[in-house]
Design a protein around this ligand. Sequence first.
Ligand code: AMP
Length: 176
Amino acid sequence: MSEERLRFLRSRIRDIPDFPKEGILFRDITPLLADVEAFRTSIQLIVEGLAGEPVQAVIGIESRGFMFGAALADKLGVGFVPVRKPGKLPSATYRAEYDLEYGSDAVEIHRDALNPGDRVVVVDDLIATGGTAEATAQLVHQCGAEVAAFAFVINLVGLEGTKKLEPHKVISILDY
Ligand code: AMP
């Protein structure tokens, strides 16, 4: 990964203090999405991180994981599977819950979204505590499939979210 490409991508991430609530420094990826060179570079770096590892599907986590996940699926020539917040998917689903700072949340996948034995890459824009990604891995397992790798554009390293995903392969482009 060349330093120049990483500097360029970093320049397309906008910091928004106190969003969505006080004390959170929100890493806004919309300038990256709006810049075709930056968007393509982010997808290319994930492809390079996969290093030819064969996958049968890309899983995108609602909602910013959909943008990167769909573009990655197209690039890899495989299908895209959405993981969504509860109550959004219309057919029969599996559900996995995860803890938040206060309370808990859940994610869902269609029961027939994957084939048993499929190897998949799970994509989101950013990993913070890793709770959402870990719950998504549980959904993949409930489908009888396996996580070949996780991929994130941004890793908030101080929160050590990637520890929750061990021993899986984790691709992350920018550390914050
Ligand atoms: P977590 O489950 O804690 O890893 O949280 C990851 C999810 O929360 C991702 O879908 C992110 O888009 C979102 N998120 C958490 N913290 C931030 C942040 N500082 N800036 C932008 N998005 C965030």
